[in-house]
Design a protein around this ligand. Structure first.
Ligand SMILES: Nc1nc2c(ncn2[C@@H]2O[C@H](COP(=O)(O)OP(=O)(O)OP(=O)(O)O)[C@@H](O)[C@H]2O)c(=O)[nH]1
Ligand SMILES: [Mg+2]
Length: 531
């Protein structure tokens, strides 16, 4: 029942979804997100007096507030996309101080996990997308208020008073002195913050962080838990009333509240989205292909309307020593449209969840497979590319920016369409218009939906299909020159045909690119030694 109510509606108007996405100017494309981070607020100080039998007028005994939680950012190989990163992160608040000198406890930090290869950039002060800092936010909240009302509000957010003594407090000299000291301290804090914000953070998180034993690790964390990089400190805790004890004021009836945590706005950009990027017109079958290669493990939507995929989805391809890949274990399975598969599943509520996607025999083979695995790479299923994408039409630039970073590109064309070579021409032109020379990264042409050309196995249909393939190959050889000569492979993503060859070729490209990268790293290392 629940599932039926909250089912996705893949046949709702796909075009308006695309339109909405496009209007966001790429801000929600998942290789690029903006997040607002705020350290936890410090706990308030406490106003209390010690009480003991036969001892009247005990000394002030309010504890200090605990500091708010810090926020760290940590790269992890377990993530491949920025999809799971929350847009707003707030540290845990510090505990308030309590009577009998009990200070607030330390607050555990919050860690934001991001995929390896994420570049973190703090938005500078003049960027309109940046969130306001604590003082700017307060200024905005107080706008338009009378001087007196302003003062009341400002005092309210900074001081805690003993019950029924607020009116009395604010007129006393001791309080006025304490207030002046607080303003001074706050000005200092603000100046320090401005200095720090003048040098916006820039982190390139491309390597797995070494776990170093840290004896000063915050409470609630093991000594070997790696925290990553500190990006926003929690606010300090407020002072309890003993802090204000002085020769002239023996029973201070006020304490300070905790400070707000630091606020930063970060832009996260994923540098490498995947080793191989699929490029093709809408409906060419890119998502079906990714599902077939990963044995249906990748949750990417397949449907017969254009722009089904709106964000890149990354899948991991695991290859065994003999060239078999995980998806192949499902070669008897047809990769249908996702809504059709969902409908099948809903019709068989008693059947085990995974029967449709994973035939029984594979569960054991999967176990074996992980032992044999010898190579692993990632493929990104991208949204469809359309003509004039390089002018930022459709999902345009956000899409092109994301595929710019794959090691190798693979064209997927609808071979059953009237002129697959025209599709290929448009794809190549768009890539090169966006960034000259980008199409040189394309290594392979996949002529998908080849199953549709077989007819019923009659010779004339097969002959015509062969002829069409030859024409496509000769187009690639004569017109798509400039870089390397590309292979053309006819496949059927839906029926998982000819995919072993595809995986073999992809493995070759990725291996080459990784080898090249390693050589480059070594030469850099060598330079370091020289200087
Ligand atoms: N007969 C046949 N149909 C296929 C094959 N591959 C994909 N299809 C169908 O083609 C349609 C589009 O497939 P998708 O995988 O969603 O295409 P896409 O390229 O991801 O499309 P966008 O996400 O819109 O860019 C679906 O109806 C698929 O079932 C194939 O090899 N043979
Ligand atoms: Mg798709």
């Amino acid at each position: 029942m629940f599932r039926v109510l909250f089912q996705r509606r893949p046949f709702s108007n796909g075009v308006s979804r695309t339109e909405r996405k496009r209007r966001q100017g790429g801000d929600t494309f998942l290789d690029h997100v903006i997040i607002h981070v705020r350290g936890g607020k410090g706990g308030n100080g406490c106003v209390a007096f010690h009480r003991e039998k036969f001892k009247a007028m005990g000394p002030p005994s309010g504890g200090n507030g605990g500091p708010g939680g810090d926020i760290y950012i940590l790269p992890t190989p377990a993530l491949t996309s920025l999809a799971s990163i929350p847009k707003r992160v707030r540290g845990k608040p510090g505990m308030h101080g309590r009577g009998t000198w009990q200070n607030g406890r330390n607050t555990p930090p919050t860690i934001i996990h991001v995929p390896l290869g994420t570049v973190v950039r703090e938005l500078p002060r003049d960027d309109p997308r940046r969130a306001k800092d604590t003082w700017e936010a307060e200024e905005e909240a107080l706008e338009g208020l009378e001087v007196d009302a302003r003062r009341v509000r400002m005092l309210d957010s900074r001081w805690v008073h003993y019950p029924r003594s607020e009116v009395d407090n604010v007129h006393r000299d001791a309080f006025k002195q304490a207030e002046a000291a607080l303003w001074r301290e706050e000005r200092e804090r603000r100046r320090a913050w401005m200095q720090r914000a003048a040098r916006p953070m820039h982190l390139d998180l491309s390597e797995v962080e070494q776990v170093v034993e840290d004896v000063n690790a915050p409470l609630a964390l093991g000594k070997t838990d790696h925290l990553g990089h500190l990006i926003a400190r929690g606010g300090g805790g407020g002072s309890g009333n003993p802090h204000f004890l002085s020769p002239v004021n023996r029973s201070p009836k006020f304490a300070t509240k905790g400070h707000e945590g630091e606020r930063v706005t970060l832009e996260l950009v994923l540098k490498i989205i995947a080793d191989v990027g699929l490029v093709g017109m809408p409906n060419a079958g890119k998502s079906t292909l990714l599902r077939a290669l990963t044995g249906g493990r990748t949750k990417t939507e397949v449907a017969s309307y254009a722009f089904t995929t709106l964000n890149p989805v990354v899948g991991v391809i695991r290859v065994a020593g003999d060239g078999t890949f995980e998806g192949q274990l499902h070669d008897m399975h047809v990769f249908e449209e996702t809504a059709v598969e969902e409908a099948h599943r809903l019709q068989q509520p008693t059947a085990p969840e995974a029967t449709e996607l994973m035939p029984e025999h594979t569960s054991t083979s999967l176990g074996q497979f992980s032992i044999l695995e010898s190579f692993r790479f990632t493929i990104a299923d991208n949204p469809g590319l359309i003509a004039r994408a390089s002018e930022d039409v459709g999902l345009g630039h956000s899409f092109l920016r994301s595929i710019e970073r794959s090691h190798a590109l693979v064209y997927v064309v609808d071979f059953a369409g009237p002129a697959p070579w025209d599709e290929l021409r448009v794809l190549r032109e768009e890539l090169d218009k966006y960034q000259p020379g980008m199409s040189a990264k394309a290594r392979l042409v996949l002529a998908n939906k080849a199953d549709l050309l077989g007819g019923d196995g009659d010779t004339s249909a097969v002959y015509a299909a062969r002829e069409k393939l030859r024409r496509l190959e000769s187009y690639v050889q004569t017109e798509m020159t400039g870089g390397r000569v590309m292979d053309v492979v006819p496949i059927s993503a839906k029926y998982g045909q000819n995919l072993k060859r595809v995986v073999g070729l992809m493995q070759g490209y990725v291996g080459e690119a990784r080898e090249g990268g390693r050589r480059l790293d070594q030469s850099l290392l060598h330079d370091d030694v020289l200087y």
